[in-house]
Ligand binder design. Sequence first.
Ligand SMILES: Cc1cc2nc3c(=O)[nH]c(=O)nc-3n(C[C@H](O)[C@H](O)[C@H](O)COP(=O)(O)OP(=O)(O)OC[C@H]3O[C@@H](n4cnc5c(N)ncnc54)[C@H](O)[C@@H]3O)c2cc1C
Length: 400
Amino acid sequence: MDVAIIGAGASGLMAASFADDSNNIILFDHNEKIGKKIYITGKGRCNITNNCEVEELIENMNTNKYFCYSPFYDFTNKQVIKFFNENGLKTKVERGNRVFPVSDKSSDVIKTFSKVLSKRNVDIHLNEEVKKIFKSDKFYLTTTKGEYSFDKLIIACGGKSYPNTGSDGSIYSQIEKLGHTINKMKPGLSAVILKEDVSELEGISLKNVGLKCYVHGKKIFDQLGEMIFTRKGISGPLVLTLSSILSNKTGDIKITIDLKPGLDDDKLDAKLLREFKENANKSIENAINGLTIKRLILPILRYSNIPSQKKVNEITKTERENLRRTLKSLEYTYSCNEKLEYAIISVGGVDVKEIDPSTMESKLVKNLYFCGEVIDVDGFTGGFNLQFAFSTGYLAGINI
Ligand SMILES: Cc1cc2nc3c(=O)[nH]c(=O)nc-3n(C[C@H](O)[C@H](O)[C@H](O)COP(=O)(O)OP(=O)(O)OC[C@H]3O[C@@H](n4cnc5c(N)ncnc54)[C@H](O)[C@@H]3O)c2cc1C
């Protein structure tokens, strides 16, 4: 049997590692090397998976999580770790159950795949882009280097983020020609652009803050963690998660930052009163120095309508209440997510209704399989997206 895999990324490499290699398998990638996106994952350290319970893996997916039951139970995170360990890659578990190579080098993950594939009968065609797919009795592929026919085809071409790693959507029109629906690709795990001008706050990094989000007044997000102001908005771990959730939301969207999540309104008011008593003759700007980081004080006073030089003993009750409210709920308006090219993940892709989750085979075209980010499933940060690529790659591989 002749089998083609399009894409030597995380999912295509896993498919090639498990496919029955008594078949003639060709793995195509238009890059000059395999695993180009793996190389930049986890800031160069590759957060391979998450060492949590399988149910938690599923909980950490954003879109179409129910589709993940079969892949995640059929090739679990423990099996992913075992696969890498048995092939010589030592792994470690860090904060939040994130699994990394002990070496802290994503290149070692790629080397592990190279080693596995060097022992298998898989023909790797690099620098070769698949341009056309035509299906009749077989799959006829036209590439930049020639024409081929295959009995079975696995599409592992990735999403559309970071296109310079090769996942550029170049084969999407062919997937649609095969009869599949590709739900619009949108940026997920990205920075968020705000309507307000926050450029003066660029670079301010906040630890242990509360981030809440309201769509038409209804709270849809409330988490504690870290974030950072960018030139046009906000980013950081909390914001990445929020951006994925917001990728399918429109309308009036407000984001609030609680700078004092450990203090409720009454406790914060009592703290303000204490600070005011001790610093009665100082300007408000100097009096609240210890309450938050220095660069935020003037903007906070401005948002609270309090002149920065006003003496503490002249601050009115309303002004104090304004200040408390601003510290608890710095409010901004969501504009959009950062562009797809700069997003960590694409939300969208081949409609899951058209794929059998237990085999990854297309329900529309026999002998056609999908795996990885090209499918309309995305997860949050913590190793969940690579786990999805590995689990679905495994399933496509063993089922061809
Ligand atoms: C900056 C960054 C950091 C990340 N960090 C993590 C992390 O630490 N942990 C985690 O779980 N996830 C992480 N992710 C997400 C994760 O990398 C992806 O979800 C995963 O790589 C998807 O694997 P894939 O095989 O589906 O696609 P890809 O890895 O994108 O592979 C697709 C391959 O197909 C090839 N291709 C595409 N079209 C064609 C064509 N027409 N012809 C030939 N070849 C083609 C491409 O060149 C590419 O090599 C990160 C993503 C980014 C951008």
